[in-house]
Design a protein around this ligand. Sequence first.
Ligand code: PA5
Length: 447
Amino acid sequence: MKSISLNIEKVLGFIPRETIAGYEARVKVAMDALHHKTGKGNDFLGWLHLPSSITPEQLADINNTAATLRENCEVVVIAGIGGSYLGAKAVIEALSNSFTWLRPRSSAPYIVYAGHNIGEDYLYELTEFLKDKKFGVINISKSGTTTETALAFRLLKKQCEDQRGKETAKKVIVAITDAHKGAARTTADQEGYKTFVIPDDVGGRLSVLTPVGLLPIAVAGYDITKLVEGAQVMEAACGPDTPFAENIAAQYAATRNALYAAGKKIEILVNYNPKLHYVSEWWKQLYGESEGKEHKGIFPASVDFSTDLHSMGQWIQEGERSIFETVISVEKTQHSLKVPSDEANLDDLNFLAGKRVDEVNKMAELGTQIAHVDGGVPNMRIVVPEVNEYYIGELLYFFEKACGISGYILGVNPFDQPGVEAYKKNMFALLNKPGYEEESKAIQARL
Ligand code: PA5
């Protein structure tokens, strides 16, 4: 069985191999801190062994709940924000048909998302869309108190009960939250919803391999056992026993830190398969929230090529040389489509006739790599054999492990997110939330 791999050859013109090799000792310190739980945030390391610790019984429980939702719902709303929805969305979008919305519904319900914004129009349009649908809700919040998610859930719960009756609502609303605390837990216990627990030691952005990610993915009809299998293989491949030179999580963490030290402050995650757009969104959340602290950290950005070659491509080719690229390069497509020959050849494309569309895409990828490297942009490639559950599972765990190592090399606590509290405090003060009286007065005085 193949595995995902990492190619750093096109970084070596910018950073000598020895400089990257020089990170081996720092990677070892980081790896030890993760595996011996001696580093910062060491009470949030439950993600490290999630793949190997998930039991068949847990997977069966998730699959059974998914089957109940699939049988009873035309639409399932995933309510969550940040790490509580991005992992599921990344996997579902990567595996789904691009035109799934326009096709007749298969046995799987349509999956829609809520609780990740406070857009009134979005929520209005969602409630309108759901009006004539048999819908269910998966309410995902570790804290159980996140405003965006709680607000959406309040609307969805009422609508579901009004439309489907309280008894059916109980069957089609599932909560994934803390074992004991938070409003989501209290509501679920009072109403008698099926619940899944987000372990205390797993933070939101590292929760895709818990029911947070696995239940929505199973509802969408994808094989979570295969996803976990891929993650298990990566857990072993990126473990402390794999030598530095062969450990792709270690190599990736070392290379991006070496680039950062050399002034490359922005990492752009690139894909040539539009279905991977939300893998990039998940990755940005993982790396942005884990590393951007203490006024340090690579800024994680992303583009979809070749689409964005016609927008951001100019900046990447000739803008400030503070960037590097990490390309998710997919070897094999799911389908085959050849360019047809055209007698008139008005578009001059007959030189492509008979070639696969993917061959054109691959040459766009290679041509772009050469151009960007020539233009001063170091380029790494993560090679993914194909987009399926197994390799996506590998990819997710690879990024998670590399993020833990990278954050420790950087010297921050990769497992907290103190910075996200600032906006919440101001928002609550501005909305006169009880308990925020002093903050309300102070912020009003500043307006
Ligand atoms: O990674 C994180 O911890 C965050 O992105 C959270 O997942 C996000 O803020 C949602 O939090 P909660 O699950 O408590 O609603």
